[in-house]
Design a protein around this ligand. Sequence first.
Ligand code: BEZ
Ligand code: FE
Length: 294
Amino acid sequence: MRDLDENSITTEALSRVSAAPDPRMRQISEALIRHLHTFIREIEPTQAEWEAGIGFLTRVGQMCNANRQEFILLSDALGVSMLVDAINHRMPEGTTETTVFGPFFVQARKSFPLGANIAEDLEGTPMLVTGTVSSTSGAPLIEADIDVWHSDDEGYYDVQQGDELAMRGHFRADDEGRFHFWSVRPRYYPIPDDGPVGDMLKAQGRHPFRPEHVHFMVAAAGHETLVTHVFAEGDPYLDSDVVFGVKNSLVTRFVEHEAGTAADGRIMNRNYVHLHYDFVLKARPPSAQARSNR
Ligand code: BEZ
Ligand code: FE
């Protein structure tokens, strides 16, 4: 086909992918072409704007390395990560809601006994975290795996500061599905905004902040792994999280306490906060369980 014009080019581009051997690939390619062409027709970019767009995507790619994934950050900041999360986690009522994974999880996790302090001697307000893990049936999930990670009281993750891991760890729930540990209270923080995504946010007139939160990944046999955060009630960024990750059910009070005996029996000689959250995991259907046990 020759002599394509601004109307006929879309039909021709669609026809070029119609023989894709994989039907899902065909569906995705067709949708990509249709939506991209609609986008271009809507905005009618100048040649210079098109080049600026290509330059932006090039810088996003160039910013990526083993420690920085600017494309995921772009997806986060455009609301795409949360949309994908929502589509993939249409959970039954009563199940803990999910939210974005984020870039600061570290695979090489360290396991701690219940009650440990994962902040060791870091500055900040001590924070007691307690919780339970149960199934939608109400049954406690004994020995559930709980991974936790969060920022320090200035909004920095350990991995942004150096090689020393802190404010992260893995715990095993006890025989009633309970867990507890100590750390320091985190703070709201900006997502990494020294790259093209930060430039985009500025150009869009947006701030780069996420509200104060603690990340959790909770796994138990026969259940879907939960990736979520618990957010601090009262944070100024709850309604404008740059990555659109806040859900009401995940917001809770980080209760301020004066020095004294904490809920785990520890005697505190200074003020601290206590955050409690009960996680509920969705049971996998028996057929999926059989597959995953193989
Ligand atoms: C985070 O909460 O760690 C995070 C999530 C998305 C983008 C950047 C950071
Ligand atoms: Fe975070």
